[in-house]
Design a protein around this ligand. Structure first.
Ligand code: NAP
Length: 328
């Protein structure tokens, strides 16, 4: 371990890297711990690494590719002195100061890193259906990321599960490769925004299976189809597919902090007075504490807030310590 850092930032999406830019410019020499890619779609750089065109990030009139946007965030953070390390955080201890972080499977002994303050920006991950075949078929015709895997599904019939913006975005993207795309949704109307719905309804390659739940993913070695149940009639049917994308929402990456920080019933870290958590000196920003807006721009904004909150908290703590010393 190389000394106690002023601030450790866990996560390298828009929230974490914006916090790094701001704490870097405040001469706090931030350490950013970015995760490693995982089979469930976790990605250094966060969910934008799994996105194609980002059309709603202000400042890019013609849109920008998600990975390109994160590349600029990263370069900007590095320019201001952020140190970015790739490692999987295995344990954090927020019960004593400085805060301790262990990585890559270690959870005892000397911590890998220690920080006076901590900014949590671990984001959220794609939800799965919870069906038995999911783990075996993930990466074998089953995916949660069209941007990453769409290329492998040329001229195939593809299914997309979900009815929100993610599902429709995936479906639209997949029409670039697929022979056809069937959106499988458990209700009769989409949750996706009107503009996305209009695009999907206009696209001749997209079909819909309404009121339908996937009860089984079929395939021996790779996805060959799904079994569906009509939720109104109870009728079962099968749909032949050459691939399946699950796009049913996200869950916050907060397991590491369970029992140490206050969370809402869905596991999102609760914040107050800006980005403060239930432990003083620990701040949370981005999707890990936001189940409502979940946008890159709001994540970046809250990363900025967390940096300013951490800087002010460190200053106030140092000032209080100086005063206590001068009075003794
Ligand atoms: P979401 O809005 O929560 O939608 C999840 C969809 O999956 C819903 O249609 C839901 O059905 C369905 N679903 C959930 N659990 C299911 C299950 N177990 N089985 C079958 N279906 C299930 O999630 P999201 O689409 O990931 O979007 C999250 C947020 O990010 C939203 O605010 C969205 O606007 C935003 N977003 C924006 C963009 C963009 O602007 N380009 C792209 C992606 C996401 P019900 O409708 O019946 O609940």
């Amino acid at each position: 371990m190389s000394g106690i850092r002023d601030v450790i930032i866990v996560g390298s999406g828009p929230a974490g890297l914006t916090a790094a830019i701001y704490t870097g410019r405040a001469n706090m020499v931030p350490l950013v711990i970015e995760g490693e890619p995982s089979s469930t779609g976790d990605q250094p750089g966060g969910q934008l690494m799994l996105t194609s065109d980002v059309e709603n990030y202000p400042g890019f009139v013609d849109g920008i590719m998600g990975p390109d946007l994160m590349g600029t965030f990263r370069a900007q953070a590095a320019r201001f002195g952020a140190e970015i390390v790739t490692a999987k955080v295995s344990r954090v201890d927020l019960t004593s100061r400085p805060f301790s972080v262990w990585t890559n499977g270690d959870s005892t002994g000397e911590p890998t890193f220690q920080g006076r303050s901590l900014i949590i920006a671990t984001g959220a991950r794609a939800l799965m259906l919870g069906l038995p075949a999911e783990q075996q078929l993930l990466g074998r015709g089953l995916s949660t990321c069209a941007t990453c895997d769409g290329f492998f599904f040329r001229e195939r019939a593809i299914g997309v599960v979900g009815g929100g913006d993610s599902a429709i975005e995936e479906a639209l993207f997949l029409t670039k490769f697929a022979k056809s795309v069937t959106v499988i949704h458990r209700r009769k109307e989409l949750r996706a925004s009107k503009i996305m719905q209009d695009r999907a309804f206009r696209n001749p390659k997209i079909e819909f299976r309404w009121d339908s739940m996937v009860t089984e993913i079929l395939g021996n070695g790779s996805v060959s189809g799904v079994r569906l149940r009509d939720v109104t009639s109870g009728e079962e049917s099968t749909l032949d597919l050459g691939g399946l994308f699950v796009a049913i929402g996200h869950a916050p990456n907060t397991d590491l902090f369970r029992g140490q920080l206050d969370m809402d019933p869905n596991g999102y870290i609760t914040t107050h007075d800006g980005t403060r958590t239930s432990v003083e000196g620990v701040f949370a920003s981005g999707d890990v504490q936001d189940s409502v807006y979940r946008q890159a721009v709001t994540a970046a904004g809250s990363g900025c807030m967390a940096a300013i909150d951490a800087e002010r908290w460190l200053e106030a703590t140092a000032h209080a310590a100086e005063q206590a010393q001068s009075q003794s």
